[in-house]
Design a protein around this ligand. Structure first.
Ligand code: RUQ
Ligand code: CUA
Ligand code: CA
Length: 638
């Protein structure tokens, strides 16, 4: 197969397997699009260089040199979050969130289980996750380096990651939501402008389900619905939910805190593929945050099933009067994917996916509709340029240009927002499309350096491509994905590097390194259960045994730990080393226990000593010349 031409929907048809399916679904989708497949073929044939390209690094990161940016990305159904240095592409950290991880002991220790959630028997409620979107907390319209938030689509959970330790510290499950896909943080309070930082996280529910989902209405999807949820960023508790018509895909927010929006590909409220593609246009639904919160305050809400979370009615029938409406449904191109806010805060852009267009919505006009000053929601649309096939996500450079990923064309298209608006007003000379660049291949998300903030700097764009095909050494049926780094600082886009990514990052953000302030060691006193010389040792209450252990390279505080078969053992370990990065591990063979303690950190595990014998509790993390000798005898008497 000539892979250099294999770059799109048409060539895919010649192949079997994954890409065969792709071509089928793409063709299916294009049935409703005016642009024919002929045009598509021409576009597609242009792309896909398998021949080596010259790397165009605007700045090489030499050994020992530090990157300029952090990229924080999701990991799809890997369930974690990841930290990458850019432009080098160095993997800096994997942050376990919804997955279990035996390197750090996530899902193993009592502390991580308490965050992840357990069943009555103490086992984890879920061990799977599906992260898609990572967004940071804001202050003054830019990242404040405090938190990252990431969604779990499969079990509808929102997780928070502390940026100072880059560890997950809270997870909340959204009630009556299935397929929690898009999320975004707010950037200001809608009423109190002194609160010019993130206090809310908005979460979109993608799948329609019975409300409540308790076995009723199983055969009547017309009664099902979806909710848009608001979570308190500080407490991570649900504040309210809003029931809507249609569904939520991705989420974007305004700088002033007054508006949040979600693009809807299923305005049809359909339960099957054809139904979801039946309407000529779908929508982007805007939420009036101030009004929703006023209704909640006034007690004008319902609750669903056993959930106590206030639910406000955002459906069309209840919101036809703009002056009291909490929602505004702005029509956009068919089956949109992505809603992205321009860094100047003026526009939200939704891509058509099944329409070769991007719809530009002016926030001022949406606000005007809510004030009764704009006739129709559709009048908030100020441009709808034709940009290419399969547009998904849009990033910005802060200089008025937008960069949209074109899934079917395997391209990134750079276009100018003002020109698109001029064209929409009738200016035939407006040059909307500035450049199209081939990416490899089938891009999903793209995101730019600081591109979702007022400090968008127009330096780098990351194109997250779903198929790497021939770009890397083959590693069997599952290929890595290509994260292509593009220099967007000049007049022309320049491919800087192909970085591999293990399946399956979706979205990410690129944050200037000076914003991220990490702590290098813990404070022992932050842990109420810290083990200190005065309380170290073994304490027994009936068959409950508490083993309080300390680590200091290259030894644990007790060479022998003796318990009885049948005991319920809680082992608490505090790392007394203070040297940065002097981490110790704690592995207990046949008891399935494995975790680490970083300097000055405390962790614990609880387990039943259900089999007798001698077990070497040993250090897993190479810490000292005598690391291998760092072990204690854990003896379980019969
Ligand atoms: S989605 S490839 Cu989960 Cu963000 Cu668009
Ligand atoms: Cu402690 Cu290895
Ligand atoms: Ca649709």
């Amino acid at each position: 197969m000539d892979s250099s031409k294999d770059n799109g929907v048409d060539n895919g048809a010649e192949q079997s397997g994954r890409r065969g399916f792709l071509s089928k679904s793409a063709a299916l989708g294009l049935a409703g699009v005016t642009l024919g497949l002929v045009a598509c073929k021409e576009e597609a044939a242009k792309g896909g260089e398998a021949a080596p390209q010259k790397a165009g690094a605007s700045k090489e990161i030499a050994p020992g040199q530090l990157d300029d940016y952090y990229a924080f990305t999701s990991a799809g159904h890997g369930g974690e979050a990841r930290v990458v240095g850019l432009p080098s592409g160095r993997t800096l950290k994997r942050i376990p969130v919804f997955n279990t991880d035996c390197m750090v002991g996530w899902g193993v220790t009592n502390e991580s289980k308490a965050i992840m959630g357990t069943k009555a028997d103490g086992s984890l409620k879920y061990t799977t996750g599906d992260t898609h979107h990572v967004h940071g907390s804001y202050k003054d319209g830019t990242y404040d380096g405090r938190w990252l938030f990431v969604n779990d689509k499969i079990h509808s959970r929102l997780a928070r990651i502390r940026m100072d330790t880059m560890e997950c510290d809270k997870i909340v499950e959204l009630p009556n939501v299935m397929g929690f896909h898009g999320l975004f943080t707010d950037k200001c309070d809608p009423v109190d402008t002194k609160i010019n930082y993130t206090t809310r996280v908005f979460c979109g529910g993608e799948f329609h389900i019975p409300l409540p989902n308790d076995g009723r209405d199983l055969d009547d999807p017309s009664k099902w619905g979806t909710l848009f949820s608001c979570v308190n960023a500080e407490t991570m508790e649900l504040k309210w939910q809003c029931r809507i018509d249609g569904n939520n895909d991705l989420v974007a927010t305004s700088y002033d805190g007054k508006l949040a929006a979600s693009n809807q590909y299923n305005t049809e409220n359909a339960a099957d593929l054809n139904g979801m593609m039946s309407a000529e246009r779908d929508a982007c639904v805007f939420f009036n945050i101030e009004r929703i919160e006023a209704l909640v305050k006034a007690g004008k809400f319902t609750t669903i099933g056993g959930s106590k979370v206030p639910v406000v009615d955002g459906r069309k029938a209840a919101n036809s009067d703009p002056k009291t409406a909490v929602t505004c449904y702005v029509p956009v191109g068919k089956n949109p994917h992505g809603v992205n806010a321009s860094p100047d805060g003026k526009y939200f852009v939704c891509s058509g996916k099944l329409s070769p267009t991007a719809t530009v919505i002016e926030l001022k006009r949406v606000q005007a509709w809510f004030n009764g000053e704009l006739k129709e929601p559709r009048d908030a649309v100020v441009a709808e340029p034709e940009i290419g096939l399969g547009p998904l996500h849009t990033a910005f450079d802060g200089k008025g240009n937008a960069y949209t990923s074109l899934f079917l064309d395997s391209q990134c298209v750079k276009w100018n927002v003002d020109a698109a608006i001029a064209q929409f007003k009738g200016d035939k000379t407006a040059k909307v499309i500035i450049e199209k660049m081939d990416v490899h291949y089938q891009p999903g998300h793209n995101y730019s350096s600081m591109g979702e903030t007022k400090e968008a700097d127009g330096k780098y764009l990351n194109s997250g491509n779903k198929f790497s095909k021939d770009r890397f050494l083959p590693v069997g049926p599952l290929h890595p994905e290509t994260e292509q780094l593009v220099d967007i600082s000049g007049a022309k886009m320049r491919l800087v590097a192909d970085h591999t990514a293990y399946s399956e990052p979706h979205d990410g953000i690129i944050v200037r390194r000076d914003i991220v302030k990490t702590r290098q060691i813990y404070n022992m006193d932050d842990f109420p259960n810290a083990v200190k010389p005065e309380n170290a040792g073994i304490e027994r209450h009936g068959n409950k045994v508490h083993v309080r252990l300390m680590s200091q390279a290259p030894a644990y505080s007790m060479p022998i730990i003796k318990v009885k078969k049948g005991d319920e053992v809680t082992l608490t370990l505090t790392n007394h080393d203070k040297v940065e990065d002097l981490t110790h591990g704690c592995a207990l063979p046949t008891y399935n226990i494995n975790f680490i303690v970083n300097p000055q950190e405390t962790k614990s595990v609880t387990f039943k000593a259900d089999h007798a014998g001698a077990f070497w509790l040993y250090c897993t993390h190479f810490c000292h010349a005598l690391h291998l000798e760092m072990r204690s005898r854990f003896l379980v008497e019969a």
